[in-house]
Design a binder for this molecule. Structure first.
Ligand SMILES: CCCCCCCC/C=C\C/C=C/C(=O)SCCNC(=O)CCNC(=O)[C@H](O)C(C)(C)COP(=O)(O)OP(=O)(O)OC[C@H]1O[C@@H](n2cnc3c(N)ncnc32)[C@H](O)[C@@H]1OP(=O)(O)O
Length: 719
């Protein structure tokens, strides 16, 4: 709803009241319409201020309404009525003005913002466009190039930038509502002819076609298949080339297409899923709302390789005191320099001071004696990690949480090396750890709810999207990656090329295909793991048995490349060729192609034509199938957890909503049918055997993704 009061005798104050973010629900819109009518008909009211309660102007349209039959007054005429008012209307912007919230403010005649406020036309991030006149008003107010930048990215701007761009008229450090009221008093009775943005001509560069062609090309490239940014460009083009009323028609037309698209559903699902993962639960029944985290003031990082350095920077950036330990002299000196450089570059980007004094360095593990929490980030070797945990358990003060940044090893086994296994959890960061948003918080059977709550809270403080998951080999993300990588190799054996596989995955929306990603992260990483698992057998004879390991199909292609010293970008050769070691641009490598041909001949494989659809089905459905197993095993509490891990940690295209959401969009019956088909064709690939949970969900009528958790619970209780 919206509350109307009269303040300072002649100012009508309209306060949006729809906690928590004053979203423009049907009731809120009706409240505004009624309050505006009241203000305009009250002769004592000479000017109007619109604000939001609890320090937030407005979080935009009510996203929860989007999947429903929308009732109540529509936004566009409501905003037109405000703009057409003959009494000045001032928006008092505190907190956030996003999406429809900013569009409402653009319909007002003036905007006063608090200096800490954030503004943005964020609709594109939800698969939509600013369809309450935003695509038509913003370019008229700040010009086409700046409007295009804001509308196609949905980025948040500070009040200072908004003032510089001309979006707001005044910025204040004081109470924005009080300042807006003063402002409203000062403009009462003044002409509004020059204040209605919809009547402005759109300032437009002379060569509109060239400008939009260039922008469209850039947007297409960065959109990775998302349609909303393209529609945003088209709508702004309408603002630049058509009268306002026709521009509005175009805006509505484009919105109608986006509104019902699968991409909008996927992006809105991600919005809520991102928030849902914060409400974690464990199979023991422990939950986010009943588990109290402990405050962490001082933390330590053990091991200053690539991961440890990033973690130390991320911790210091949150304002914590950090002890950074590296026992090897050479690495120690190098890390100190690198960490300082990373902090300086980060601070420069944000216009802040680098938190250099937050980190103290030591070559002695005893230096962690008084910290509240340790993150171990030594080399991925169980024997080494065991030793570190045994040491930590005796060195650290009572109650110190001991966390491991392992990406796959058994957290419970590490816990068993300590005196207090309940204090041990995994904190699996993604490289580079000070940049990547994802954190998997891994609980073992003995981890206490407080340890999980503390790691989750610390992750949030570090600006991470933290997901609590159970303990198993590879946890959620890397466990699902294994069948995906395996299928990619099998496809190469059968006749595909790295270019074909990567092309299909990139067209699907991944930033990098599987082979480019493997070159980037280094082929030697997986090679070491496979060696440890006893899978690598150099010089094995040709023939089908050479491609069977531990009773299942195995492709030694990656091992063969590593044997040749082809580790990817770092050596200048991998699945692609690079101009020199460390170069980043992958190029077609004739050597690799002849190698694949020879390999097939040696193993008696006749190459066949493989199309993009087969690539997608085999790589993605194998990964999704493992996702169902993870749900079945209770390693992830729900599909949202898996999807958020994939979107934030593995560059899964957000407009596809994550792998489990994608499966629900494809249709569970179809996914099952294709898995059955491929499992029949490749019976020696267990990952292709459809998981029981998938079969049972299909048998129970393929419930929509938001009902899976409930359905899984029910299916479990029937076992
Ligand atoms: C042809 C068909 C036409 C149909 C007509 C459709 C009309 C459309 C017309 C115009 C287009 C306008 C579209 C929009 O405005 S889309 C919404 C744009 N808004 C946003 O993108 C902002 C989203 N919200 C946020 O970014 C943040 O929530 C925040 C910065 C506002 C506050 O952050 P924080 O304090 O961290 O809180 P949370 O994020 O945790 O949120 C709290 C709680 O509130 C829920 N919520 C937030 N925003 C909305 C919203 N806009 N609608 C509904 N609910 C919202 C959020 O989900 C949290 O709740 P929880 O999930 O239960 O935890």
């Amino acid at each position: 709803m919206a509350q109307f009061t009269r303040v300072s005798r002649s100012v009508g104050l309209i306060t949006l009241q729809n906690p928590p973010v004053n979203a423009l629900s049907a009731v809120a819109r009706q409240g505004i319409v009624d309050a505006v009518k009241r203000a305009l008909s009250d002769p004592k009211v000479k000017s109007v201020v619109i604000c939001g309660q609890n320090g937030i102007f407005c979080g935009g349209a009510d996203i929860k309404e989007f999947g429903t039959n929308i009732t109540g007054p529509p936004l566009v005429p409501m905003i037109h009525a405000i703009e057409a008012s003959n009494k000045p209307v001032v928006a008092a912007i505190e907190g956030s003005a996003f999406g429809g919230g900013l569009e409402l403010a653009l319909g007002c005649h003036y905007r006063v913002a608090h200096s800490k406020a954030k503004l943005g036309l964020t609709e594109v991030t939800l698969g939509l466009l600013p369809a309450a006149g935003g695509t038509q008003r913003l370019p008229r107010l700040i010009g086409v190039p700046a409007a295009l930048n804001l509308i196609t990215t949905g980025r948040h701007v500070t009040a200072a930038e908004a003032l510089q761009l001309g979006i707001v008229d005044q910025v204040t450090d004081h109470n924005a509502v009080d300042e807006a009221v003063k402002f409203a008093l000062s403009v009462a009775g003044k002409s509004l002819d020059a204040r209605r943005i919809s009547t402005y001509p759109c300032p437009c560069p002379s060569d509109v076609d060239a400008l939009f062609e260039e922008v469209m090309q850039k947007v297409r490239q960065s959109a990775r298949g998302a349609i909303a940014p393209i529609a945003c460009v088209q709508a702004v083009r309408a603002a630049a080339t058509l009268p306002y009323s026709q521009g509005m028609e175009r805006e509505q037309e484009l919105m109608a297409t986006l509104f019902t698209s699968g991409q909008a559903r996927a992006l809105q699902y991600c919005f809520f899923a991102q928030r849902a993962v914060g409400r974690w639960s464990m199979p023991s029944g422990a939950r986010w709302d009943t588990s109290k985290p402990r405050s962490i003031h001082k933390a330590a990082v053990i091991g200053l390789g690539t991961m440890g350095r990033g973690i130390a920077v991320a911790l210091a950036q949150t304002g914590l005191s950090v002890v950074a330990v590296e026992t090897q002299e050479k690495q120690f000196m190098e890390a100190k320099k690198m960490v300082s450089g990373m902090m300086e570059r980060g601070a420069k980007r944000h216009g802040t001071a680098p938190p250099l004094d937050k980190i103290t360095y030591s070559q002695n593990i005893q230096a962690v004696a008084d910290v509240d929490l340790v993150i171990e980030a030594v080399f991925e070797d169980m024997a080494l990690k065991e030793k570190v945990f045994q040491q930590l358990s005796t060195i650290c003060k009572q109650g110190t949480f001991l966390c491991t940044n392992t990406s796959a090893l058994d957290v419970d086994h590490l816990a068993s090396q300590t005196r207090n296994p309940e204090l041990v959890v995994g904190m699996h960061f993604f490289a580079p750890a000070h940049v990547m948003k994802l954190l998997e918080v891994v609980y073992g059977p003995r981890s206490s709810p407080q340890a999980v709550a503390t790691a989750m809270q610390l992750g949030k403080k570090m600006g991470k999207v933290s997901v609590a998951v159970g303990n198993c080999r590879g946890f959620v993300g890397n466990r699902m990656l294994k069948p995906y990588l395996e299928q990619a190799l099998f496809l190469l054996e059968e006749g595909a090329t790295p270019e074909l596989v990567d092309g299909a995955l990139e067209e699907f929306g991944f930033a990098l295909g599987v082979f480019k990603m493997s070159d980037l992260s280094g082929l030697d990483v997986g090679w070491k793991v496979r060696k440890g698992d006893g899978l690598v057998e150099p010089g094995l004879a040709s023939g089908p048995s050479a491609r069977i390991r531990q009773g299942r199909r195995y492709s030694p292609l990656g091992d063969l490349l590593c044997e040749q010293g082809r580790f990817g970008q770092k050596t200048g050769q991998g699945w692609y060729r690079y101009d020199k070691p460390g170069s980043r641009v992958p190029r077609y490598d004739p050597w690799l192609h002849s190698f694949l041909e020879e390999y097939r001949t040696q193993h008696g494989i006749v190459a066949r034509r493989i199309d993009q659809q087969e690539v997608l089905e085999r790589c993605l459905y194998a990964l999704i199938n493992e996702g169902f197993r993870i749900l079945e095993d209770g390693i992830a509490a729900g599909p949202e957890d898996i999807d958020i891990i994939y979107v934030f940690g593995y560059s899964w295209p957000r407009h596809r909503g994550g792998p489990m959401f994608y499966a629900s969009m494809v249709g569970l019956a179809k996914v099952l049918e294709r898995l059955e088909h491929y499992h029949q064709a490749h019976p020696d690939v267990p990952y292709m055997q459809p998981c029981n949970l998938l079969r049972r969900l299909v048998a129970s009528g393929s419930p929509p993704v938001h009902k899976w958790k409930e359905a899984i619970k029910k299916l479990r209780s029937q076992l």
